[in-house]
Design a protein around this ligand. Structure first.
Ligand code: XMP
Length: 507
């Protein structure tokens, strides 16, 4: 499968995800990483271009994020485009001057005059409406750079070789009328090829997997979620009954999850679905473990053992999984990126070869594949749910049958309230967790001493970063009332911490 062509270094701008989406609309795939992860990624991958995003930082602030150390800033290895803060950071690091002049602050629509003889602005109007949002500005260009656009001050800059570029306004935002044309020009300068076409990608994956698997049986771990169901739909037409889909009922599934799994795999055309009930084994092994990573390690051990048995039983030659680029990056398996958490299915070893056909894809891209495969909306719009399931949603206390039941019921209650208020579509993932924090409450004039629940909903496109979702007050009240009806639940906390610094899940 095609490698990711563009690295977008995320300095925290609200528009970073929009850069990725706009590039995909132009047919080119990219990866968005914070500066520290970008640092490692770039050591192990040679992108065709690098884009530095905007930010709410000023380059002069203490602790302002830096250029990745491994970034080659000459433009010789790959062209670089700095947008807003990205441009200021480039100018600052290359000994230009970044200032905060009162006269050249822009927030909102602005008019820019472009040098349309420069390849970055080919085919764009000389005078064009753009969207700007900045206090700082590049007052003096670094040596060897020229100004190629103005809007009051310098609005874009270019190195002599035209491969290191900076733009003060936001070409990724629709309010920049000809922004897409400008980004397309950058793709042309970078010699990027169109590589994002869901149907082609499906064919490519089918070809890649068939080439490796030959006539052997294949085992695919399915959870009923977007990734594994879509992968099943990609592979089912070529392998038929040789694709053995294994679903594990770990005991950590949400209410109705197994039924949804059966329906989803059926829509994906799966001919051979095996459901293994191992509830007791997982709970017995995880039991009193409190530490998140330890819990994951124990979960992985049982998970691996079950799959090893199935590989033997079905004489499978390959193990296929719907692991995404995000899972690999966060599990610390992409180059030397830091381990955030060990995903349940990344880096396990089997006696047979392990294939991850979606290893370069992000969730929103898999959703596109599912759409292209004409899978039901319930699949391509489905929110993710982690493999270790509700075990990860019992935090700071033991994973007992009773606690699982409590958190499962609470999850169902909150999900139904969100459905009632038609909020499900606004949210990328809902997390309802039982917190092992005991506190005092009063119910029916009596003192109670019990646990708390935490409710967290996030909005994100790729789960590398996420915004906490703020529920309307009436929804907060309804959720709190409904959950505190349980005799042991005293308090309900709402958690809107973004990722970073928090992760989506509590563990
Ligand atoms: P975090 O918590 O790392 O989660 O921000 C990002 C996304 O990954 C899901 N997640 C997992 N999915 N196995 C999975 O299949 C895992 O071990 C795992 N851990 C986290 C999480 O629910 C979110 O969607």
């Amino acid at each position: 499968m095609n490698k990711i062509q563009i690295l977008i270094v995320d300095y925290g701008s609200q528009y970073t995800l929009v850069i990725g989406r706009t590039l995909r609309e132009l047919g080119v795939r990219s990866v968005i990483l914070p500066p520290d992860k970008a640092e490692d990624w770039i050591k192990n991958n040679l992108p065709k271009a690098v884009i530095l995003s905007g930010s709410n930082w000023s380059v002069h602030n203490e602790g302002a994020p830096e250029l990745p150390k491994s970034l080659n800033v000459t433009g010789v290895k790959y062209p670089i485009l700095g947008i807003c803060y990205g441009m200021q950071l480039l100018a600052h690091k290359l000994n230009g001057l970044v200032e905060r002049p009162l006269a050249h602050r822009e927030y909102g629509p602005a008019n820019a005059i472009l040098n349309t003889n420069h390849p970055f602005f080919y085919g764009v109007s000389k005078k064009t409406q753009v969207w700007a949002s900045h206090g700082d500005t590049v007052a003096k260009l670094p040596k060897g750079f020229i100004s190629i656009a103005t809007s009051g001050g310098i609005a874009a800059m270019s190195s002599k070789n035209n491969r290191v570029l900076g733009i003060q306004f936001h070409p990724e935002v629709v309010n920049t009328k000809e922004g897409k044309k400008i980004l397309q020009n950058f793709l042309n300068i970078s010699n990027c090829q169109k590589d994002w076409n869901p149907i082609n990608l499906i064919h490519e994956i089918q070809k890649e997997v068939t080439g490796l698997v030959g006539k052997k049986n294949v085992i695919l771990g399915v959870s009923g979620g977007v990734d594994s169901t879509t992968l099943a739909a990609v592979l089912a037409p070529i392998f038929g009954k040789r694709l053995i889909c294994i679903a594990i009922d770990t005991g950590g599934l949400r209410a109705n999850e197994l039924e949804e799994l059966k329906t989803n795999t059926k829509s994906a055309g799966v001919k051979n679905l095996i459901i293994i009930n191992t509830k007791k084994e997982f709970i017995k092994n995880i039991g009193t473990t409190i530490d998140g990573e330890e819990k994951r390690a124990k979960f992985r051990k049982v998970y691996q053992k079950i799959f090893k048995e199935q590989i033997k039983k079905y004489k499978a030659g390959f193990m296929v999984q719907g692991t995404l680029a995000t899972d690999i990056i966060e599990s610390g398996k992409a180059g030397k990126s830091a381990m955030i958490k060990t995903h349940h299915n990344v880096g396990l070893s089997w006696e047979v070869e392990d294939l991850h056909p979606f290893r370069n894809l992000f969730k929103y891209e898999v959703r596109e594949l599912a759409r292209a495969l004409k899978l039901p909306k319930a699949i391509y719009e489905r929110n993710p749910f982690p493999g270790p399931g509700l075990f990860l949603r019992i935090v700071g206390t033991s994973v007992s049958e009773e606690n699982i039941k409590l958190v499962r019921e609470a999850d169902k209650t909150v999900a139904n309230i969100l459905k009632k208020y038609k909020l499900t579509k606004n949210i990328s993932q809902l997390i309802v967790a039982l917190l092992g924090i005991n506190s005092v409450g009063v119910k029916g004039d009596e003192r109670v001493y019990g646990h708390s629940l935490a409710i967290r909903a996030v909005q994100t496109a790729d789960f590398m970063t996420a915004k906490g979702y703020y529920f309307p007050q009436e929804v907060v009240n309804e959720i709190t009332n409904a959950l505190t009806k349980h005799k042991n639940i005293v308090r309900v906390f709402f958690d809107m911490t973004p990722k970073p610094p928090a992760t989506t899940e509590f563990e």
